[in-house]
Design a protein around this ligand. Structure first.
Ligand code: NDP
Length: 389
């Protein structure tokens, strides 16, 4: 079979020749009890760079010894891209949300042989799921592989914003010792009202990680957490997004991008937030209106905005979030730490092993299959009109 894989380019100076750390901590289960991926084999060293072109997700030996054709590219934009040229007769496409090979309806139409699209990570909104359903293409992702990675990034960004780490680091780097400049916008997060929009795998992990900071926790989700979890977190449940956003000093967004959440944070909703509030968005860029966020920061209504998700990706050079004041943006990196890469490389291999052997793919990895939303997809995307990023 022909396996086409879109990965981000290698580091500018080439692949690392050494790493600071020699190993990753051993883990067998995620917090909800789900097991980590269990492929039959592994041809990479965990903790090495796998998500870029030369890393090949550690799949090259496995695929080539089985006689499959394996194309890896970062050239994904435009009709003459390597991605488009190989898509025409690819059987399997693998892509990461950090550098997505967008599988639009138009591209899927051209992909006559395509049977399986694997998201090496979580979040398959770069695939037109309705079109995949129509064509009977299976879409699978590696559920939970990087949820904690994202939660850690979100917590880091909340602290960076509230303490104004960005300004202080810049002053230190540039040889300064201007303490007053460093601290004129710097606060403690202790005692603040901190909320998450959606308390799924990532949102709940963020709540759990923020509890020891002695903040007041808040959340909104379509369904309430069970009473015991809510009590253990001492978290206040809000029955609307408006109620949540008007109550918190720091808001972290963890809902999926759907028709309902596309452009949700516009000037109307932002106006309901407290003056001086901070937003962290590691969910999807399109959930926030880029110009309204910029205006809210520049007018002083918001005190800071951070996140790692943009639209489109890579973000254009003049995207306002790159340069607006008080931003702590990163490229889309939270879910692709070296730790996460090992988990999703294993997960992709597990999916491929099952697919080639004609065995079922784990239900929790499935998004669409046989023309319908199934597994995780049934819960996350069905009837929510997924929006393509
Ligand atoms: P989960 O499915 O575990 O949680 C999502 C939660 O959002 C669910 O509880 C869901 O409710 C809730 N929800 C859905 N729609 C709404 C809405 N309109 N308003 C409020 N709550 C809503 O997903 P994860 O926590 O694993 O991931 C969340 C998102 O994070 C992903 O969709 C993805 O976009 C993003 N992500 C980003 C990554 C990164 O690298 N930056 C990596 C991984 C994920 P319900 O149970 O009813 O569906």
């Amino acid at each position: 079979m022909k396996v086409l894989c879109v990965l981000y380019p290698d580091p500018k100076d080439g692949m690392p020749r050494s790493y600071y750390r020699n190993s990753l901590p051993h883990m067998s289960h995620y917090p909800d009890g789900q097991t980590l991926p269990t492929p039959q084999g592994r041809d990479f060293t965990p903790g090495t760079l796998l998500g870029s072109v030369s890393g090949k997700l550690g799949l090259e030996k496995f695929l080539k010894t089985q006689g499959h054709e394996f194309i890896v590219t970062s050239d994904k934009e435009g009709p003459n891209s390597e991605f488009d040229r190989h898509l025409i007769d690819a059987d399997v496409v693998i892509s990461q949300p950090f550098y997505p090979g967008y599988l639009t309806a138009e591209r899927l139409e051209k992909a006559k042989n395509l049977k399986l699209a694997i998201t090496a990570g979580i979040g398959s909104d770069h695939v037109d799921l309705a079109a995949a359903n129509k064509k009977g293409i299976t879409v699978a992702e590696v559920t939970f592989c990087n949820s904690i990675s994202v939660a850690e990034h979100a917590v880091m960004m909340m602290l960076a914003l509230v303490r104004d780490y960005m300004t202080q680091h810049e002053i230190a780097r540039s040889g300064g010792w201007d303490i007053a400049d460093c601290v004129k916008d710097s606060y403690d997060i202790e005692g603040m009202d901190v909320g998450v929009l959606a308390a799924g795998r990532i949102g709940l992990a963020v709540l759990r990680r923020m509890k020891p900071f002695d903040v007041k926790l808040h959340y909104f989700d379509r369904y309430r957490l069970d009473a015991q979890t809510e009590k253990s977190l001492n978290a206040i449940y809000h029955d609307s997004i408006e109620s949540l956003v008007s109550s918190v000093d720091v808001l972290s967004i963890h809902c999926p991008l759907t028709a309902e959440t596309d452009g949700l944070f516009d000037k109307t909703l932002l106006a309901k937030m407290k003056k001086g509030a901070y937003i962290v968005n590691t969910a999807r860029g399109k959930i926030c209106n880029k110009y309204d966020i910029k205006d809210a920061i520049e007018s002083g209504h918001l005190a800071g905005y951070a996140g790692d998700v943009w639209y489109p990706q890579p973000a254009q050079q003049d995207h306002p979030w790159r340069t607006m004041p008080k931003n702590a943006m990163t490229p889309h990196t939270s879910g692709t730490s070296l730790s996460a890469q090992a988990r999703y490389a294993d997960g992709v291999r597990e999916i491929l092993e099952n697919f080639f052997a004609g065995n079922p793919i784990r239900n929790e990895y499935l998004i669409v299959s046989d023309g319908d939303y199934v597994g995780t997809g049934k819960h996350s995307y069905a009837k929510k009109e997924a929006v393509n990023q």
